[in-house]
Design a protein around this ligand. Structure first.
Ligand code: ATP
Ligand code: MG
Length: 250
C-alpha cells in the first residue's frame, strides 16, 4: 500500500540490464520533509535507483509513488511537475553560458511561456528574479556573470543545486553532491545543503560518510541492488554487515 503522507514510496522496484539486476526489489518510503542518505559501494545501483525515480529509466518491475500518486508510468517531465528534481553525478551545465544564464534556462524550462535568452532581462523580470533567488540560495549571487567554465569545480556543483531548485521542488534527489570536491569545498557544500528549505524532502547519494551523517538522520544502504540496511545513522554505522561491505576495515 502507498502511504499518502510519504513524499516517495517505492514498492518492489527492480531494474534489469541484460541479466544484471542493478536494482533488486527495492521497497522504500521517504516521509515528507525527511532527509535520507543512500550509500553503497560502486555499482550498487544508487544512480540507477535515481533514474528510476526520475523516470529516465523504466523499471523492469515494481511501483513508484510520488506524494501518494502512482507515477510508475509517468514521463520525467510529469514527475518534475509534481515537484521532483534531481542532480547528476556528472556535471550537466552549459559551460559557455554564465551562471545566471544557466539558471534562467532551468527556470524557463519549467514554464510554458516562450523564452529567448538573447532578448534580455527586461522582458522576463519574473524569470530573472527566480534565477537570482536560486543563485543566492547556493551562495553564488556574486558569481552570476561568470561563465560556467570559469567557475571552480565546487562552484559548478553549487550551481547544479541551484538549477535543481529552479522549479521549487518538493523532493530533491542529489547524486554525490560532493564528488570531486576539495575538503573545503565539500564542507561548504554540506553547509549549503543543510541550509536548504526544511520543507524540501532530500534524498542524497553520498560516498563521504561524514557528509551523509552530517546531512541526514536516516541512511539506507544498497548492495548489489538490494537494500541491506536501513536505519538511524548510528545504527547503520554500527552494523557489522555495513562495516564489512561498505565502510571496510580501514
Ligand atoms: N544503462 C546501463 N546499461 C547497462 N548496465 C548499466 C546501465 N546503467 C548502470 N548499469 C549497471 O548497473 C549497475 C549499477 O550501476 P549504478 O550506476 O546505478 O551504480 P552506483 O551505485 O551509482 O555506482 P557508483 O557509486 O559508481 O556511482 C552497475 O553494474 C552498472 O554497470
Ligand atoms: Mg552512481
Amino acid at each position: 500500500m502507498t502511504d499518502p503522507a510519504a513524499a516517495l514510496s517505492l514498492t518492489g522496484l527492480s531494474k534489469e540490464f541484460g541479466g544484471l539486476l542493478a536494482v533488486d526489489r527495492v521497497s522504500l518510503t521517504i516521509g515528507a520533509g525527511e532527509r535520507r542518505a543512500i550509500i553503497g559501494p560502486n555499482g550498487a545501483g544508487k544512480t540507477t535507483l535515481f533514474s528510476l525515480i526520475s523516470g529516465e529509466t523504466k523499471p523492469s518491475d515494481g511501483h513508484i509513488a510520488l506524494f501518494g500518486r502512482d507515477v510508475t508510468r509517468y514521463a520525467p517531465h510529469r514527475r518534475a511537475s509534481l515537484g521532483l528534481a534531481r542532480t547528476y553525478q556528472i556535471t550537466n551545465l552549459f559551460p559557455r553560458l554564465t551562471a545566471l544564464e544557466n539558471c534562467l534556462l532551468a527556470v524557463q524550462a519549467l514554464t510554458p511561456a516562450k523564452f529567448h535568452l538573447h532578448r534580455g532581462l527586461h522582458r522576463y523580470p519574473a524569470f530573472y528574479e527566480r534565477a537570482r533567488r536560486v543563485l543566492e540560495a547556493v551562495g553564488l549571487a556574486d558569481r552570476e556573470g561568470a561563465a560556467v567554465r570559469n567557475l571552480s569545480h565546487g562552484e559548478q556543483r553549487q550551481l547544479e543545486i541551484a538549477l535543481a531548485l529552479a522549479g521549487s521542488p518538493r523532493l530533491l534527489l542529489l547524486d554525490e553532491p560532493t564528488a570531486g570536491l576539495s575538503p573545503a569545498e565539500s564542507h561548504a557544500m554540506t553547509a549549503l545543503l543543510k541550509e536548504l528549505d526544511p520543507a524540501i524532502t532530500l534524498l542524497v547519494i553520498e560516498h563521504d560518510m561524514d557528509v551523509a551523517f552530517a546531512l541526514t538522520d536516516r541512511i539506507t544502504v544498497l548492495h548489489y541492488g538490494k537494500v541491506v540496511a536501513d536505519g538511524l545513522a548510528h545504527e547503520v554505522k554500527a552494523s557489522a554487515l555495513v562495516q564489512e561491505i561498505y565502510l571496510g576495515a580501514s
